[in-house]
Design a protein around this ligand. Sequence first.
Ligand code: ADP
Length: 629
Amino acid sequence: MKKSYKRMAAMTMAMILAGSLAACQSKPAETAAPETTAAETTTAAETEAEKAGAYTPGTYSATVTGMKEMTVTVTFTADAIESIELEHEETPGIGEPVCESMPDQIIEIQGLGIDAVAGATLSSQAILDGVADCVKQAGGDVEALKAVKPEVVAAEDEELTADVVVIGAGGAGMAAAVTASQEGKSVLVIEKTGNMGGNTALAGGALNAVDDGSETALARDDSVDFHYEQTFNGGDQQGDPELVRTLVENAWDGVEWLKELGMEFQPGVFTVTGGMYERAHKPVEPEGSGFFKTYKAYMEDHDGITMKYNTTAESFIVEDGVVVGVECTGETGNKVTAKANNGVVLATGGFGRNVEMREKYNAETKLWPTLDESIPSTNTPAITGDGMLMAEAIGADLIQMGNIQLLPLGDPKTGSLSGNIEHAVESRIFVNKEGKRFVNEGGRRDEMTLALFEQPDTTMYIIMDSDTYPTGEEVNNFNETISSLVEAGRAYKADTLEELAEQIGVPAENLVASVEEYNRHCQGGDLEGQEDEFGRVLFTDTDKVNNGINNGPFYAAERVPTVHHTMGGVKINTNTEVIDKEGNVIPGLFAAGEVTGGIHGTNRLGGNALTDTVVFGRIAGKSASDYTR
Ligand code: ADP
């Protein structure tokens, strides 16, 4: 469901600014909506009014792409932007708040010189582009409007104190903040962008946890030990065994904690890509938004957590070897000093959007052919390794920094995971531009992505049938319906595999042969004793919803490699205390989430990142609360 917001102009402001834009008026555009026709029946008086204004009055629409497709509809009077209406499906907690605030800002200043909101640049830019398009249609002067900027009032320097200071309002930071609050502490959260969420809000939403049997009534042969083994071996045994143990042993407790806070999960478990097993729990809310809805709900009911948005942590304040706070830059370049009575929690995420760091550390391991700017990322732009650099500056040990995870599932234009049509591993195969399978699609994320780098144009197509999308109105993991993706040209749909092959430009006979071969494995039987060419073992899920690609209409979506997660980072122990290069604890400093290293080894299992934020975020919140100096 698209959400719709309408914002109306404050007329006084519109009148003040109208004069300065008087020269911008021109004829109505052909694409103008029917309402504009009224403007064309001019009287002498109206013509005079239009001359004094900037626009040809009427309502105009433009379709733009933020995280997802968005329709921007703007109504102009002769001299003002009167209202802006958005129909959008931007991510709750990231793009959605911008959709609520930016139209008001544009109307308030009657201009387009507004900076994109950090952390939600795609959504912000889409709104600005959409309004600019409408301005153009209404004969306004886009460049003149871009020069109209909000008045910036320089904020004062300030010093803030709380028991626990948390840096970064993503999954780990907010789990730590809520935990510290539950421990009775006052908490100050420093966040670089205008929203909570970070990469966690963009995650597919799968959380691995071996439950107590309440979710897995079908008695899958799973155990905490098997989760440990798959995590440890899946990372080539480079993860710290004690941290891996901590992760898997506290995973279900983390889910129960979230449920107690009111978070809802869908029943059952599934295998997420690269998850290796059916043990992922899926929140009811799309992507990672359920976590933040839950944390916000906690904050509505409890005082004591203060959010300091648009504030960038720059360096730690260290007194006598103890971390006591952090120096930050505020929204207008002012200095914000945050001091902690107890501990400081570092939760700034990874460095997926820092190309320089990607290249530097990839050069050490040479895991990937290249990680230059040609390789997109699923991450929000704020994820630039700040916390690692800050910690390194006070002697923290950065470990396994070259372990960088890519996914083979990026949108070819944005690198985002949105538009990904798969639901579970068992629902799909991957084919290259020759229509041929090339990898075990149930395998490790690094192996799948490395194999994709070897394919023509580094491009693949996900192929599925209609089992997952019987009516076309079902949504993918990103709350997008398959029909909307097909309509937007982001996915392909055809009644037969031959037609699908034609649409995506791969040889039909190859695609048909690939699917037939795959189906034989799904059905078992006639290939008994013969293993899949690529070693795939996950063919059908326990519920038997997916059992081969048999039933049209068939679907395809193009995907490319995208930087997803950086497994290296700040070294911690099981209490999340940060460790320096000599192996000593740095007193007062705790770290959790993607900013830490040494848990996931060379390759993080799909579904383990959200588990990491909850498990280690909670430990960090507790440890920082308990810390006294
Ligand atoms: P994790 O999954 O480890 O919780 P996320 O990516 O979800 O990581 O969240 C990290 C958060 O930290 C993001 O909201 C990001 O904007 C924020 N952040 C990154 N660098 C800084 C910084 N220098 N100061 C404050 N917040 C930061």
